[in-house]
Design a protein around this ligand. Structure first.
Ligand SMILES: [Zn+2]
Length: 279
């Protein structure tokens, strides 16, 4: 299961508490290409990171932003299966470790592990981050104040015939909602996943905005959802899988009405919903 916004936010919070102020002594890369078979730019990472202090850890959509004293920011996207964890340098390295950022003092390392290699490690100027190709086209971030019912309604109206599930997953419209939280939010808002996005009423858009915010907040409080791949920066597991109402519960009874939950496939991805509550 792909790391989504709550998992990335959890990692950002953990790392912020632990490594802001630390200096990166050394960068080691596996040399294997990551997303879109792109090679990680070794010289750019060394220039931006090695010998420089970590000044800030932020998140934008599903990107982790590691702001460095060099004036550059490391953007990390976990892709389908990536992990970024602070671990003791004594521990042996997991298979598929593609980057190691050794911290000064030698006790700890920040390691990027990514079995499926859909992740991204790239360096951009901090003073011009908004123009970074990775961040430029991102939609509304549902955890920020800009995400209002009105803003969501306007974005829904701006679509042309796509269904609401596809809308929720489109990172150019809404940034950071993935497959788990799309199903959960539609269940919370009692909206059918095949409903046409631009036909939703203002009232339903408001319910959807509330539901998206709610499922993400609850997931962040629970430190994310763990199935297989995702472990937070301390290697602890998230607890949000216990909060899920519909995801991977097809065939089981709806907690609200008792009807059997269903699974359908939309854009090659599973959607879980209640045929009675969601119309
Ligand atoms: Zn139901």
């Amino acid at each position: 299961v792909v790391p989504e916004l709550p998992e990335v936010e959890t990692i950002a919070r953990d790392l912020r508490a632990r490594i802001v102020g630390a200096r990166i002594a050394r960068v080691e890369l596996s040399g294997k290409p990551l997303r879109q078979r792109r090679r990680v730019d070794r010289s750019a990472l060394e220039r931006a990171l090695a010998g420089h202090r970590i000044e800030a850890i932020d998140r934008r959509a599903k990107y982790l932003l590691v702001g460095m004293s060099s004036g550059e920011t490391l953007l990390v996207h976990l892709g389908m299966s990536g992990r970024l964890a602070l671990v003791s340098a004594d521990l042996s390295r997991a298979a598929h470790t593609h980057a190691v950022f050794a911290l000064e003092g030698g006790a700890d390392e920040l390691r990027f592990v990514d079995p499926r290699r859909f992740g991204t490690l790239v360096v951009r100027r901090t003073d011009n981050l908004d123009a970074a190709p990775e961040l430029r086209g991102l939609g509304l971030d549902p955890t920020r104040a800009e995400f209002t019912a009105q803003a969501l309604y306007a974005r829904l109206r701006g679509t042309r015939g796509c269904d609401v599930k596809a809308f929720l997953l489109d990172q150019r419209r809404l940034a950071g909602v993935g497959n788990i939280y799309a199903s959960e939010a539609l269940y919370g808002a009692q909206i059918h996943p095949r409903a046409i996005a631009n036909s939703l009423s203002r009232a339903r858009a408001r319910r959807l905005a509330d539901a998206v915010r709610h499922v993400l907040e609850r997931a962040v409080e629970s430190r994310g959802t763990t199935f297989r791949d995702y472990l937070d920066a301390q290697g602890w597991e998230g607890e949000n899988q216990h909060n899920l109402q519909v995801f991977m519960r097809d065939g089981q009874p709806c907690y609200r009405c008792g009807a059997k939950l269903r699974r359908i496939v939309q854009q090659a991805r599973s959607t879980y919903y209640c045929p009675c509550c969601q119309r």
